[in-house]
Design a protein around this ligand. Structure first.
Ligand SMILES: Nc1nc2c(ncn2[C@@H]2O[C@H](COP(=O)(O)OP(=O)(O)O)[C@@H](O)[C@H]2O)c(=O)[nH]1
Ligand SMILES: [Mg+2]
Ligand SMILES: [Zn+2]
Length: 327
């Protein structure tokens, strides 16, 4: 039996890497033992939240060889997760990565335009998971003048201690970013075309992955997004997890109380009720702060729209019911 790191999840099959990582680590195909799958199903019986798959990229597992089937290893057990980042999509909750040291949210000022809703939802999820976050805003070469709306947002984030890095990744990696990514396991979140693959290639100094134009293939169709793990052949201390084709970042796997905790700028205010959701409660200090422009309106707007989608209020679309039940 040996320890391994889950590097890819493809339905019932997984890619695992022997752990500790060695340079040019070989990937093995592995499948969870039936017993593990049954235990998991029993644990999830009557589970209040949306279901998720048994294993995620970043999980640490014990694997053993299958004498009858030498191509496929067997996953015997899964270690408890130190942390995990999830998203909801089509009535399911998907664990994008487990056991990470930080999250990079990649956005761009142009092509694609800065998508505030996407960034807000990612930030909320990362805040709930308690992981360090770095927001990279890329493609500053495409604008002559910074957009005042976007800059206002970024300055607010900086004022509440969210690290923001304005970049032109195409022009090379800044020394501060290179230093930041010297080691650790990082999850890359961001819409297609923002520059995630560009960052990956620059950090690993070789074309590990094709850097493509914004993909038009399968546009408008739901395709499963499979997070994939990359490690540097020359530096096993750095691991990056990319989620290609991430279009939606739903938050309906979270409950209202979790969303409330995701806004550190709101938590500084003392409302009359300790568990105030800042909606229609009397004596709400957060709403007063929004009215006084102490909290920018956009923060409150996205907070309320997120509360509208949380699990208590989540209404699956036609067909989503089945997605939640299967497996
Ligand atoms: N103008 C400009 N284009 C960039 C920059 N960084 C990446 N790109 C381009 O944007 C496109 C999408 O980048 P990619 O890294 O594939 O994005 P991903 O979908 O997030 O992985 C590619 O054509 C890149 O060359 C940048 O700083 N400026
Ligand atoms: Mg990419
Ligand atoms: Zn309140």
């Amino acid at each position: 039996m040996s320890r391994a790191l889950v590097a890819g999840v493809f339905g019932a099959y997984h890619h695992v890497l022997p752990y500790p990582l060695v340079s040019r680590a070989e990937r093995f195909k592995a499948k969870a033992r039936g017993k593990l799958r049954i235990e998991y199903r029993e644990r999830n019986e009557g589970y209040k939240k949306l279901r998720e798959s048994l294993l995620a990229v970043g999980d640490m597992v014990e694997i053993s060889e299958d004498k009858k089937n030498p191509d496929t290893w067997i996953i015997e057990s899964v270690e408890e997760r130190r942390n995990a980042v999830h998203r909801a999509s089509f009535g399911r909750q998907q664990c994008l990565a487990a056991n990470i040291d930080g999250v990079v949210i990649m956005a761009s000022v142009r092509s694609p335009e800065f998508n505030l809703g996407f960034v807000e939802r990612c930030l909320a999820e990362v805040q709930i998971s308690g992981v360090e976050v770095l927001l990279i805003v890329n493609k500053y070469d495409l604008i002559t003048e910074p957009d005042e709306e976007t800059e206002k947002v970024l300055r607010w984030y900086e004022s509440i201690s969210i690290s923001v890095q304005r970049e032109t990744l195409k022009g090379g990696l800044s020394p501060s970013l290179r230093e930041r990514f010297a080691a650790g396991t990082w999850l890359l979140l961001g819409q297609s075309g923002t520059g995630k693959s560009t960052l990956l290639n620059q950090l690993f100094g070789q074309s590990l992955q094709a850097v493509g134009e914004v993909s038009l293939i399968n546009k408008g169709r739901h395709t499963t997004t499979n997070p994939a793990l990359y490690c540097d052949p020359g530096n096993s201390r750095l691991v990056l997890i990319d989620v290609p084709g991430l279009r939606e970042f739903g938050m309906h796997h979270r409950d209202a109380h979790e969303i409330r905790q995701a806004y550190p700028d709101f938590l500084r205010y003392q409302c009359r009720f300790e568990n105030c959701l800042h909606l229609n409660e009397p004596g709400c200090a957060v709403k007063a702060a929004v009215e006084q422009n102490e909290i920018p309106e956009f923060r409150y707007r996205y907070y309320v729209s997120m509360l509208d989608t949380v699990q208590e209020n989540f209404k699956p679309r036609k067909g989503d019911y089945w997605r939640g039940i299967r497996k």
